[in-house]
Design a protein around this ligand. Structure first.
Ligand code: ADP
Ligand code: MG
Length: 379
């Protein structure tokens, strides 16, 4: 594309440099969340932004963040030396770190002088990530545990931090991550810009949000209508016959690809083995797999090389799989909001999608519970 500027993004305040970078991704019109969030972020204010899965939240924060880094860098040529971090993007899984990093790379590859970005997550040697911090970074993308380890060792320092982004904020603020998050916040300077992005907004995070944010702009673009482009079906099937039902579904359909969710790691492995017995090949992704294997399964699935992927909810959050036509819930997730996130892997960027949930008799009460909590009808 030889377009120099991108008028629709120009009106949001993005500089010609960033407009050009966005145009290279062949995005001509901003999505609603991008329209609303970009000007707020450029102005330096705090933000709580809710918008559905697949609506372009990543670019909504990465683009203005890069612009602020470039602008502030130009204003302050003698910027801090050492292990500083200027912007910190926190996400819940390693795979999301990689995905966000790719967006940063895509937007900054032709920017000079460059923006230094570092991604850190577990399963990779701590020392090498610590060394990479030696001269400071403009943007750090990481998972809570690893960032905390690096902060404790003083391998990185947050005293120059300008902006904190928490993507998948509701997940990072739930009980699983809360303790790490509180500890991380203790390392951050009080005066900073906070940007929280989420596709689901459980009430329990409201007090935390109030405590954290300073006169935030609140954008809530979520509506129940949003998920209507995803077709929902349930299939009543006894627990012992779920694999058979799955085999039947996969054999009779011509879905280009299917993502299958199970609640437990060992269920993923068991379902993979049983599908294998039926002559159906599938990849598996869960937290007990080696990091290299996790990334290979995901890349193969994202590139279309792998047709079926069986995964736990670590894949439910944020991952962008282009044109994924179908998600199957081998079992219903324990937490209602996870249902929304699982479904959100299909029907992205305005496309259609289909979700099929296999529901055993013992799960029927839970199904009603999820429907009630989410205010939707599943099937
Ligand atoms: P979310 O974080 O809201 O779930 P993502 O940031 O992962 O969504 O974006 C979903 C998809 O939409 C990605 O493939 C992304 O490249 C694409 N996308 C983002 N912004 C635009 C845009 N302005 N126009 C077209 N596609 C876009
Ligand atoms: Mg996202």
């Amino acid at each position: 594309m030889n377009k120099i500027t991108n008028p629709a993004f120009a009106t949001l305040g993005l500089s010609p440099t960033l407009q050009k970078a966005v145009a290279k991704l062949e995005f001509t019109l901003p999505t609603p969340i991008q329209k609303e969030a970009i000007p707020v972020i450029l102005e330096g204010g705090d933000l709580l932004a809710g918008a559905k899965t697949g609506s372009g939240k990543t670019l909504a924060y990465v683009a203005p963040l890069c612009q602020r880094i470039i602008t502030n860098k130009a204003e302050n040529v003698n910027h801090a030396k050492g292990r500083y971090v200027r912007a910190f993007i926190l996400v819940p899984t390693r795979e999301l770190v990689v995905q966000v990093r790719e967006m940063v790379n895509a937007l900054t590859e032709n920017i000079w002088p460059g923006i230094r970005c570092l991604s850190v997550y577990g399963g990779v040697k701590l020392e090498s990530q610590g060394r990479a911090m030696a001269h400071g970074v403009d943007i750090l993308v990481g998972t809570p545990q690893r960032v905390l380890e690096l902060a404790k060792q003083e391998a990185l320092r947050f005293n120059k931090l300008e902006t904190l982004v928490v993507d998948e904020a509701d997940r990072l603020m739930d009980s699983h991550f809360k303790e790490s998050l509180d500890q991380i916040v203790n390392y951050l300077p009080n005066s900073r810009q906070n940007l929280l992005f989420t596709a689901t907004f459980p009430d329990v995070i409201r007090p935390i949000v109030r405590h954290w944010l300073d006169q935030p702009t609140i954008i809530n673009l979520y509506s129940e209508e949003d998920s209507k482009h995803i077709k929902q079906t349930t299939l009543s099937v006894s627990k012992t016959r779920k694999v058979d039902a799955l085999v039947k579904l996969l054999n009779k359909s011509d879905w280009k690809q299917v993502l299958i969710f199970c609640n437990a790691k060992k269920t993923c492995d068991r379902v993979k083995a049983k599908l294998g017995d039926a002559g159906i090949e599938a990849g598996v992704l869960h937290a007990n797999k080696a990091q290299k294997e996790r990334l290979t399964s995901l890349t193969d699935f994202q590139s279309g090389k792998l047709r079926l992927l069986i995964a736990t909810d670590i894949v439910a959050r944020g991952l962008d799989i282009t044109e994924l036509p179908c998600v199957i819930n081998y079992e219903l997730p324990r937490i209602a909001n996870d249902f929304t996130h699982r479904c959100g892997r299909t029907g992205r960027a305005g496309q259609g999608g289909e979700v099929i949930s296999l529901v055993a008799e013992s799960e029927e009460g839970h199904l009603l519970n999820i429907e009630k909590q989410l205010g939707i009808e599943i099937g």
